[in-house]
Write a protein that binds this ligand. Structure first.
Ligand SMILES: [Zn+2]
Length: 485
């Protein structure tokens, strides 16, 4: 355990980056069987669920799907450690004094911040967290392009001259996945890394002030916050320099849009390393040093893309949800666990040569899509980024939110930087131009609203830039065309 274990994991994961898909498949198979054996030996839930299945020979697709309500209803039997009881953990989590502590001294536990139904309770042990941290380091955009000697040189400099600056702007002080990763760094990391975690609930000028007084090698945040910070940087209010070595901007937790990528490139002259994870598996995919598409960490998890009925979706197409198998969390086995994420495998290989398959560019979550009435019959699925794109270049706007307030009506709320009256005209002009280009100007009623602040989402605390109040139409045809790349 501890330092030697993390270091050996880092080097074995680095080694996998250079491996072949066949060798990765062998690693995956080995971890998959270990997961199944642990689940059946120690989880009464899985022992019963797999009672008629030969876990030594079955394929992943032979196993039944598990969803969140089922997992939560059987939580105490679902986990592989009999000390873990849902009621006790939930009570422990309610006590704010336990923030940053480990449950029973050995587990990190938190509730997810889903928008529907009961929130999931997720538990990791130290060993599983070590996997996450080792993967974050070994799948970082920069080390994968460096030699071992170069990496050692950087570590020695960090140890003896100046520590690497990790600056995170996240939802803090609660059971949030990003914060959990940042807050539970292995203790020895402090020797190399100076981490600063800022709360995104603070007013933007306050965050800007703090960032202006610090140095940074890696900036880690949500795309919506990176979007805000990039606009602050472009307007000259933020003067954050992302320094070498390992200069990186990492995006987490939400789909990264072209407009945010473009803004960050303009503000700092660099590309964003995108990551994709969930509470049930912190790191599922990550873009490589080519920054083009995300590679699925198939040595750490299995991701099956399925449609609404749970049928497999072919590569090159986007599904409606995924079935996730986390290969390293042996305490709470997530095996073919349903997650409502919209993604798909790409059929094009990445030029970096890594052995991991890549994902299609993420268009956004299903609930980010606005369904508007189609003249004649049915609906058109419109991704608001179609017409929202140019707004991010308006540096007079600090924060914004676009809400579908009626089937064919959207309301754009924004926080202006100063009180000038001309902002309103600019905002309207940019949005109307966008709607015109998307062919929607005569079909969508646009309302604009100047506000003091954009309320944070109640559950996640994040800013939701896109919200539909009217949702998916109840009479939407199930055969509605899926988005294709
Ligand atoms: Zn690549």
């Amino acid at each position: 355990m501890g330092l030697p274990r993390v270091i050996s994991l880092i080097f074995s994961l680095l080694h996998s980056n250079q491996s072949t898909p066949e060798k990765i498949a062998l690693i995956q198979e080995k971890r998959f069987r270990r997961l199944l054996r642990t689940a059946v030996a120690k989880s009464p839930f899985y022992r019963d669920l797999y009672r008629n299945i030969d876990i030594e020979t079955c394929r992943l697709a032979d196993l039944p799907v598990v969803d969140k309500p089922t997992m939560m209803a059987h939580f105490d039997d679902f986990v592989t450690d009999r000390c873990l009881k849902k009621a006790q953990i939930s009570r422990w989590l309610e006590d704010k004094n336990n923030l940053g502590k480990m449950y029973l001294g050995k587990f990190v536990a938190f509730h997810t911040s889903g928008t529907t139904g009961e929130n999931a309770l997720v538990v990791y042990d130290r060993r599983a967290l070590d996997f996450v941290h080792a993967a974050m380091i070994s799948r970082h955009a920069q080390p994968e392009q460096m030699t071992v000697l170069e990496i050692l040189g950087i570590l020695l400099k960090a140890l003896f001259i100046k520590r690497l600056g990790l600056t995170a702007v996240l939802m803090t002080g609660g059971p949030y996945p990003g914060y959990t990763i940042a807050a539970y760094l292995p203790p020895f990391c402090q020797l190399f890394v100076k981490d600063e975690i800022h709360s995104l609930l603070e007013p933007v000028p306050k965050i800007v002030e703090k960032l202006n007084g610090s140095y940074c090698n890696e900036l880690y945040s949500y795309p919506t916050m990176l979007d805000i910070l990039a606009r602050e940087q472009l307007a000259g209010r933020l003067k954050l320099k992302i320094e070498q070595p390992l200069a990186t901007i990492v995006s987490a937790s939400e789909p990264l849009t072209e407009t945010t990528k473009h803004l960050v490139q303009k503000a700092w002259g660099m590309k964003i390393q995108d990551t994709y994870g969930s509470s049930e598996c912190f790191l599922m995919a990550r873009s490589c040093g080519k920054f083009e598409r995300m590679h699925v960490m198939t040595d750490l998890c299995c991701i099956e893309i399925v449609d609404r009925q749970g049928r497999p979706v072919p590569d090159g197409k986007t599904g409606d949800k995924i079935l996730l198998t986390n290969l390293f969390n042996l305490t709470q086995p997530f095996i073919r666990y349903e997650v409502s994420d919209v993604t798909g495998y790409s059929t094009e290989p990445c030029s970096c040569g890594q052995p991991f398959p890549t994902l299609l560019p993420v268009e956004g979550r299903t609930d980010d899509i606005f369904y508007i009435d189609r003249p004649g019959a049915g609906y058109d699925a419109v991704h608001p980024y179609l017409f929202l794109g140019p707004i991010v270049e308006l540096t007079q706007v600090r924060e914004y939110q676009l809400v579908q307030t009626g089937r064919n009506e959207v309301t754009f709320s924004y926080v202006p930087v100063d009180s000038g009256a001309e902002v309103e005209n600019k905002v309207r002009k940019v949005l109307e131009d966008g709607l015109r280009k998307a062919g929607l100007i005569n079909r969508i009623t646009l309302k604009t609203l100047r506000v003091e602040n954009i309320p944070r989402d109640n559950r996640s605390g994040k800013i939701r830039q896109i919200i539909s109040r009217v949702g998916v139409p109840a009479d939407l045809d199930d055969d509605f065309p899926r988005h294709q790349s």
